[in-house]
Write a protein that binds this ligand. Structure first.
Ligand code: NAD
Length: 504
């Protein structure tokens, strides 16, 4: 099946005829063969999106009707959930249970923006005169280029597709080349629901070929990108020539700050360690907001880290459909090598690898890991702020451990990052927890928790974690142009320039 590009309402092969094999990272099995687009395909998709925006019916469709379509998308995801879950699981290697949770969040994202679409039609501005009607109306930005990563393939796409459609835009989606299948499925849903041709377009393929035109092309009005910092820089640079709007959701190196009073009883220790484990090792650490930087009060270091290591060693790696699997593989061989190089660098810098630090191979409780890209949960103790391992994003199952003596040092360490996506503080002293939370320079701060996000709440980063916000009302605002309409109800002579007579 290589007719997997969706351009102007038609399923097509790549113009060059090129294809790509998609393989499950857990065992290398063939998941599918999809079209591999090149720049010509993306340019065709941009042209379709441009024509659909400029001349098609979509942007004139009422906001309530657009919202209604999004609500129906949510229902379709629920109806076809098994198919979506299986596709996401095979592409990423994550457990079906996790893919299923993603689908719930994705459906809820479509519901949220479906309801928000018609909520805010603009506002009246007091121009200071009864003879003036001044108002702000929201219009769609135009053609949107949407570029997404492989870790949460459909979730990241949904955060862009839903608000883009709610606002009346047309778009070209370029998902990560390794995980295309749920993007194909969502386009089938949009097609089945009767979205006008050219409104939603899909190109699949490598970033530098299929993705690049979306940031450089003059007919694209906005590029919204989720992925790594290095790619984000390239995209922002290429977008600059046409001064298009840019939204960037980039990486993170997220501190999880634990005070001793969050682990001074058996119950508190169990809760804070358990959450630190999830923060670091959920989806094998391939999470932009992973708590990959543990920052613990000195006096609690030994008992906390001993317990973290004990728990990390029990995590059961495995293939997604095997019973007992708790987390899956890394996305690719190249990515696993990158994670391992990061750990080796930490070792060379003098950090102590308390557990892990090696590929997951052999029989690990649920079958052989040898054909997949597994990496052992890794605890890197004795890390210091000068080390690369505490600043660089590994995007794998690794957590560095640093210690602090007091509140000021905790805040200084937690904010010592070029990123600023997310962070957490754990303390049983509510006043202290709030004090620290107020000082953290991160887009999301959790207090005595790690990880939850809500479609109603903005998501995005301070610093080099990005530009703009997804989700929440700001997530819709990214896809709207506010327009000021100033209407003079009693036009007359202004006398600014003097009429000195003469012939008319
Ligand atoms: P990546 O930057 O390698 O790729 C992301 C997407 O960009 C892919 O679709 C890729 O094909 C495309 N791309 C690559 N080069 C391109 C170019 N020159 N022009 C246009 N498109 C191009 O990132 P990844 O490895 O897929 O994802 C991991 C990264 O994503 C991590 O850094 C992670 O922190 C980040 N991420 C951030 C968030 C967030 O919400 N902030 C969420 C998920 C992932």
């Amino acid at each position: 099946m290589s007719d997997t590009l969706f351009i102007d309402g038609v399923w097509r092969a790549a113009a060059s005829g090129a294809t790509r094999e998609i393989r499950c990272p857990a065992d290398g099995s063939l998941v599918g063969v999809v079209a591999e687009a090149g720049p010509a395909d993306t340019e065709a998709a941009i042209a379709a999106a441009r024509a659909a925006f400029d001349d098609g019916p979509w942007r004139q469709t009422g906001a309530a009707e657009r919202g209604d379509l999004l609500l129906r998308v949510a229902t379709e995801i629920d109806t076809r959930r098994e198919e979506f879950v299986r596709a996401e699981t095979l592409d990423t290697g994550k457990r079906p249970y996790e893919s299923d949770l993603d689908m719930t969040d994705i459906a809820n994202c479509f519901r949220y923006f479906g309801k928000l679409a018609a909520d805010d039609a603009g506002r009246v501005v007091d121009a200071g005169s009864p003879d003036v009607d001044s108002r702000i109306v929201y219009e769609p930005v135009g053609v949107c280029g949407l570029i997404t990563p492989w870790n949460y393939p459909l979730l990241q796409a949904a955060w862009k597709i839903a608000p883009a459609l709610a606002a009346g835009n047309t778009f070209v989606l370029k998902p990560a080349e390794l995980t295309p299948h749920t993007s194909i499925l969502i386009m089938r849903v949009l097609d089945d629901l009767g979205l006008p041709s050219g409104v939603a377009n899909l190109v699949l393929g490598a970033g530098a070929d299929a993705g690049a035109p979306l940031s450089a092309h003059p007919d694209v009005d906005l590029v919204s990108f989720t992925g790594g910092l290095a790619t984000g820089r390239i995209i922002a640079g290429e977008a600059a020539a046409t001064v298009k709007k840019v939204a960037l959701e980039l990486g993170g190196k997220n501190p999880n700050v634990i005070f001793a009073d969050a682990c001074d009883t058996d119950d508190r220790l169990a809760a804070s360690v358990d959450n630190a484990l999830n923060a670091a090792f959920l989806h094998s650490g391939q999470v932009c907001s992973a708590g990959a930087r543990l920052v613990i009060e000195e006096s609690a270091h030994d008992r906390f880290v001993d317990e973290l290591v004990r728990r990390a060693e029990q995590i059961r790696l495995g293939r997604p459909f095997d019973e007992g699997t708790e987390t899956g593989p890394l996305i690719s061989s190249a990515h696993r090598d990158k994670v391992h190089a990061y750990v080796e660098q930490a070792r060379a810098e003098g950090a102590v690898i308390r557990t892990g630090g090696a590929f997951g191979t052999g029989d690990h409780g649920s079958g052989s890991l040898d054909d997949g890209w597994f990496y052992l949960p890794t605890v890197i103790d004795g890390a210091r702020r000068t080390m690369a391992c505490v600043h660089d994003e590994a995007f794998g199952p690794t957590v560095t451990v640093e210690t602090f003596a007091d509140e000021a040092e905790a805040v200084a360490i937690a904010n010592d990052t070029e990123y600023g996506l997310a962070g957490a503080v754990w303390s049983s002293d509510a006043a202290r927890a709030r004090r620290i939370a107020a000082r953290l320079r991160h887009g999301t701060v959790w207090v005595n928790d790690f990880g939850p996000y809500l479609p109603q709440a903005e998501w995005g980063g301070f610093g080099r974690s990005g530009v703009g916000r997804e989700l929440g009302p700001s997530g819709l605002a990214e896809y709207r142009e506010p327009k000021h309409v100033y209407e003079n109800l009693r036009p007359g002579v202004t006398d600014w320039f003097t009429d000195r007579g003469g012939n008319r």
